[in-house]
Design a protein around this ligand. Structure first.
Ligand code: ZN
Ligand code: ZN
Ligand code: FE
Length: 744
């Protein structure tokens, strides 16, 4: 056969793949597969994904079948399109430079060191023996080092390091695991660690850092998305000093443990928890305590523990198997990502490195309830996982979220992409962080918003930001946003009837009251509020959130008509208590609230486990959950009258209950679960649906969530709760964007 005849028998195709296909070893995989199957052509990154040009004598479909089956573990293929091409006569298959333009491709999250890299890290003969920045196409930093897409070294913070000959060879060798590994590095050419003190660099070693930790020092350690403050958890004096520096009295501190065996010595770990702890995302998992370590999570029944998530951590943990590793930030401000941001004030010594952090990102925090993950913070290792939920023609949207525990979401080309946890917008530095993330996302994904979403609350900084944008604004009620976040996560059609339960802390209601205990029904006509927790005065507004006894007083007065000095109420100064009582009776600065979060605060104070003043959000409710005793199944009476869920009889019964706090707490949790089941059943029957959605920060409470899930399932209902996002306010921006996109 002549060369011309042979060329005519060849088929050629152009294949486009969308999804998380950059930074996960996809091109090297395609290149190896194509060469193995005898294809010529090329593969390259494009702003929209990966493009493959395939020429050969084999059917392209056979190639695609294998590609789907054998794709690298961290990749996510959303869509493959294929079109025939005229053969071009390529002589080989190559990876070529990326095309640059408008982007909708997804950067993968930062991932922990893979098994093969770990093996090299600890083998004395390897050229990367003990090198803290070892990585390959299967593992390493991604989201935190990416400045722009498509994902290539020149657009990451690795751009300033030029590869040595050996690294370059691996990078160019299709057989190597480091073929096009963009952050590829070795001790000769890559980032280095050093101690930073007063602007000077001093040579560092991991053992020197470990020595300081053992000696009771607080070491700031640069990780993936920012700095940790690391110290010895068994050194009470050091832990107290750390709390003073961070200005945190009781907020739980996370621990990092060398391995699962070390974790098991301090906490109970089941199969699901172990799998999640060991996953490449390496979140902090809240585990049931085995023994108390003084000062780590006072008043709670859980410990937040993670395994090492960078090679540097892995090296440190070889020396010292259990450390406190709490994010280095000043109270209420973002995690620090560079020494110059004031790290010196928080520690005795700084172990840092010269690879810049492009995007700061906190550790993710989650717990496992009934086999499902419940995020109390979704960040490193999980962002930016996109949801493909919208028609491609949907408008481009930026949703700015609410105020506390905020995130932003952008919508483009059918995708919803939610940022990492950004913190509370009351703080100027967190607002700057929000602005940094917004401009990063707009650039990264080339978003030009047609719509801007915000909360209904007129005084939120995110609301005024949306108004200043100069685009049409869609404001979404806080709890409707909570419900739509669940619809988005589970890809549910909101025109099919559903029941949406939003049990939460605080949200601005359509009637100007503070909502937070709402049961909605949604269908083709829209979303209507069917039930809500009875309005009670939240004396002093935000002051009542910080001082839970104020809500206890309001609930006690409502239930029995007089003050009872029980629990935390017995610790309040006479004068203060009397002032609050008078204010409640005169309705002086008493916004009315249906918040379930405040109900938990009230009961926590009546039972006496709430502090006079909380150190962190939901502390009183978390302490109430922590004491609840598992094997109590009875509950208190309550009433549902018209649209109102009324807890007066429950509060009166709690005041009379002589059983100890663990029993009272459990009975109260059971009561709330029953109220949910009862309201949801009525709505479901009335609207002919079985779908019940649970959203809002109250569902971070595992004890309540477990009982609610069980009760709803026993009632024959189909329950949807947050598993990939937080049930709390981090999901608000997602709900806003989904709501607005569907209405547009
Ligand atoms: Zn690796
Ligand atoms: Zn090198
Ligand atoms: Fe909320």
């Amino acid at each position: 056969m002549s060369a011309i005849a042979e060329a005519q028998e060849r088929t050629a195709a152009r294949i486009e793949i969308r999804g998380t296909v950059q930074g996960v070893g996809f091109r090297p995989f395609v290149c190896r597969l194509a060469r193995e199957m005898g294809f010529c052509g090329f593969v390259r990154n494009t702003p929209r994904g990966v493009e493959i040009c395939l020429e050969g004598n084999t059917e392209p479909q056979i190639f695609i079948d294998r590609l789907r089956r054998e794709a690298p573990p961290n990749s996510r293929i959303h869509r493959i399109s294929i079109e025939p091409l005229k053969p071009n006569g390529y002589a080989s298959f190559e990876i070529i430079a990326a095309s640059v333009g408008e982007a909708t491709v997804f950067a993968p999250p930062d991932l922990f060191t893979c098994e093969r890299c770990l093996a090299e890290l600890f083998s004395p003969g390897d050229r990367r023996y003990l090198y803290p920045f070892i990585n390959c196409t299967d593992c390493g930093p991604r989201y935190s080092i990416i400045r722009a897409l498509p994902y290539e070294r020149e657009r990451t913070t690795m751009a300033s390091f030029s590869m040595c000959r050996s690294c370059e060879e691996e990078y160019r060798d299709p057989v190597s695991r480091r073929f096009h590994a963009e952050p590829n590095a070795c001790p000769a050419c890559g980032p280095q660690i050093f101690f930073a003190s007063e602007g000077r660099k001093e040579p560092a070693s991991v053992s020197a850092a470990a020595d300081r930790i053992r000696a009771g020092k607080i070491v700031a350690l640069k990780g993936i998305g920012g700095f940790h403050l690391v110290c010895d958890p068994r050194n009470g004096a050091t832990v107290r000093r750390l709390r003073e520096l961070k200005k945190r009295e009781t907020k739980p501190l996370a621990l990092m443990a060398k391995d699962i065996g070390t974790v098991r010595r301090i906490a109970f770990v089941d199969e699901d928890e172990e799998r999640i702890l060991r996953s490449a995302s390496r979140p902090i998992v809240l585990l049931r305590k085995k023994a108390e370590i003084e000062g780590i999570s006072p008043g709670l029944s859980t410990l937040g523990v993670m395994l090492p998530y960078t090679p540097l951590h892995a090296l440190l943990m070889e020396e010292i198997p259990l450390v406190v590793a709490t994010s280095a930030n000043l109270r209420e401000s973002p995690i620090l990502r560079a020494e110059e941001e004031g790290i010196g004030e928080l520690c005795d010594c700084v172990l840092t490195h010269d690879r810049e952090i492009a995007m700061r990102c906190d550790d993710s925090v989650l717990r496992v309830v009934c086999g499902k993950t419940v995020f109390s913070r979704r960040a490193r290792g999980y962002v930016p996982e996109p949801l493909e939920r919208l028609p491609g023609r949907a408008p481009q949207i930026v949703a700015l979220g609410g105020e506390l525990k905020n995130t932003v979401t952008v919508a483009k080309d059918g995708y919803l992409i939610t940022s990492q946890y950004l913190g509370d917008m009351k703080d100027l530095r967190n607002r700057q962080y929000l602005e940094e993330v917004i401009s990063h996302y707009l650039r990264l994904y080339s978003v030009e918003p047609d719509l801007v979403c915000c909360d209904l609350h007129p005084d939120f900084t995110t609301t005024s930001m949306a108004e200043r944008w100069g685009k049409p604004v869609v404001s979404v009620q806080h709890h409707i946003a909570h419900v739509f976040a669940i619809l988005a996560e589970h890809a549910l059609d909101p025109s099919e009837p559903f029941v949406g339960v939003a049990f939460d802390g605080t949200g601005y209601g359509e009637d100007g009251c503070v909502w937070g205990g709402e049961v909605f029904v949604g269908d083709r006509q829209g979303v209507r509020r069917e039930f809500h927790l009875k309005y009670l005065p939240q004396q002093g507004g935000d002051l009542a959130v910080r001082e839970p006894w104020r809500m206890a007083l309001a609930y006690v007065l409502d239930a029995v008509g007089e003050v009872r000095r029980v629990g935390t109420l017995s610790l309040v100064e006479e004068r203060k208590l009397w002032g609050a009582e008078r204010a409640i009776r005169n309705k002086a600065y008493c916004p009315m609230t249906s918040s379930v979060g405040r109900l938990f605060d009230a009961v926590s104070a009546i039972v006496g486990v709430a502090p006079l003043r909380v150190d962190y959000e939901a502390e009183a409710a978390m302490r109430l959950e922590a004491v609840a005793c598992e094997d109590v199944s009875d509950s208190y009476p309550f009433d549902i009258a018209g649209p109102v869920i009324d807890m007066r009889r429950a509060i009166a019964a709690i005041l009379e209950d002589r059983d100890p706090p663990p029993v009272v707490s459990a009975r109260f949790h059971n009561t709330v679960a029953q109220a949910i089941v009862s309201a949801a059943r009525t709505c479901a029957a009335g609207y002919g649906t079985k779908r019940v959605l649970l959203g809002g920060g109250v569902f971070l409470n595992a004890f309540l969530l477990e009982r609610t899930l069980r009760g709803l399932e026993e009632a024959g209902l189909e329950v949807f709760s947050s598993e990939r996002f937080s049930p709390g306010d981090e999901a608000i921006s997602l709900g806003q964007a989904y709501f607005a996109a569907l209405r547009a």
